[in-house]
Design a protein around this ligand. Structure first.
Ligand SMILES: CCCCC/C=C/C(=O)SCCNC(=O)CCNC(=O)[C@H](O)C(C)(C)COP(=O)(O)OP(=O)(O)OC[C@H]1O[C@@H](n2cnc3c(N)ncnc32)[C@H](O)[C@@H]1OP(=O)(O)O
Length: 395
């Protein structure tokens, strides 16, 4: 994608995977230059080794510090030419190293050792089992899936990132839907952990470029999108969204494919596609005009009007709104009662209601995905995503 065209390199500043592979190189190299030899050389080498064993990703900022200290400790002050404006990974690395000025190699070595030691203790203490981890069904890293009272609950579990959907998450959701379609639950529920339902597509997805370049990335993403939305179109059991907070982008559009949408009065519904140089997906170009009429659909999908839960309910996108203070209690009591209803009758009814539309929905999904494949290669999209990533960059 064009976003990625420039930001394939830019990605390293913000995309953990890219930064990890980019910044780890010096940190994991055991070939420490002779100039770094000194009193705490052993500690330094040991710290370089320990970085590889950290259980928790320390984040981009810390990785840049590690990089800079390593370079300073092994090569001394930064003396290489400053990378170009758009070579953002290397520029961030260069800036971090250059910021150390004339810091002596010995001090850099000691600082590196101290930094790694601090990271090790926080990594060890945070590796204690969290209660949430117990609930997770094996095999899912980004979701918490529970099955009780004939309800399978799929909870998006990246609260610190407002449940933004990574590529891994799309894949795990598809697997979870596949499993839920076959388990003995009667209904399947989607919700989010934390204060957001979901902030939509994780915009750092655009920065992870495969060897085939940005065109291949756009093509792969369009296939992923089509397959992901296809799973919702085909899902055979009643599908319920428990919208616990704001919802953005694709987490809103696919609501048109759900059978019930319960929302907290804290929830909002926002599809800022034009702002991102993108176009509607999740079959919303078809379902939204049907649900709320073309005029209201246009306000949301073209002009990015954000709806309150009450407005979304008035437009027919949301089934019912509950006060946030009693949301979980009221919704789950209701859902437990519904889940006791005869399973086959519910599933057959869903098929009757939805089957007429399936073929049309798959066609719309394919078209939306293919249009987005082109959009992702546009300057409009590139600039919008770069703008978001730059605003959020802490480097
Ligand atoms: C392959 C399939 C493609 C499908 C096509 C789908 C399209 C879409 O879904 S379009 C919609 C994309 N989403 C957005 O444009 C939302 C972007 N995010 C925001 O505007 C804001 O983050 C917010 C309004 C959702 C929340 O703002 P705020 O309360 O100020 O919180 P922060 O911005 O500080 O967010 C905390 C943390 O989370 C990161 N984050 C949030 N959303 C995303 C996201 N969509 N992608 C990537 N990262 C996201 C944010 O960067 C912060 O991270 P840290 O700074 O590291 O704490």
């Amino acid at each position: 994608m064009a976003v990625v065209g420039v930001s394939g390199r830019l990605a390293g500043c913000y995309c953990l995977r890219a930064v990890r592979s980019s910044l780890q190189v010096p940190a994991v190299q055991l070939h420490v230059s002779k100039t770094a030899m000194g009193a705490c050389q052993k500690d330094f080498e040991s710290a370089v080794n320990q970085v590889k064993l950290l259980k928790k990703d320390p984040g981009n900022e810390v990785k840049l510090k590690l990089y800079a200290l390593y370079k300073q400790a092994t090569e001394g002050p930064c003396n290489t030419p400053k990378p170009g404006l758009f070579d953002l990974i290397n520029k961030a690395k260069w800036d971090a190293w250059n910021a150390l000025g004339n810091l002596p190699k010995e001090t850099a070595r000691q600082n590196y050792v101290d930094l790694v030691s601090g990271l090790r203790s926080s990594s060890d203490s945070s590796s204690q089992v969290k209660p949430e981890a117990d609930k997770k069904q094996a095999g899912y890293e980004t979701l918490v899936i529970t099955s009780e009272d004939h309800i399978t609950k799929i909870m998006l579990n990246r609260p610190a990132k407002k449940n933004a959907l990574t590529t891994q998450m799309y894949r795990e959701i598809m697997l979870a839907l596949e499993a839920a379609s076959k388990d003995d639950s009667t209904i399947t529920v989607f919700t989010g952990n934390g204060d957001y339902y979901s902030s939509g597509n994780d915009l750092t997805n655009f920065t992870d470029i495969p060897p085939g370049g940005i065109e291949e990335k756009a093509k792969n993403s369009a296939i992923l999108l089509r397959d992901f939305v296809g799973c919702f179109i085909d899902f055979p059991k009643p599908l319920v969204a428990v919208v616990n907070g704001p919802a953005v982008g694709i987490s809103v559009t696919i609501l048109g494919l759900f059978d019930l949408v319960y929302a907290s009065d804290r929830a909002t519904f926002h599809t800022p596609f034009s702002h991102l140089g993108q176009t509607p997906e999740g079959c919303s170009s078809y379902t939204f005009p049907k649900i709320m009429g073309p005029a209201k659909a246009v306000e949301m999908l073209i002009f990015g009007k954000k709806l309150t839960a009450g407005e979304a309910c008035a437009q027919g996108l949301v089934t019912e709104v509950f006060p946030d203070s009693t949301f979980q209690k009221e919704v789950w009591t209701r859902l437990k009662a519904y889940s006791e209803l005869p399973q086959n009758a519910m599933h057959i009814s869903k098929q009757i209601i939805r089957n007429h539309e399936k073929e049309k929905l798959h066609a719309v999904n394919a078209e939306e995905s293919s249009i987005l494949q082109e959009r992702w290669l546009s300057d409009e999209c590139m600039n919008a995503v770069m703008d978001f990533l730059s605003r959020k960059a802490k480097l």
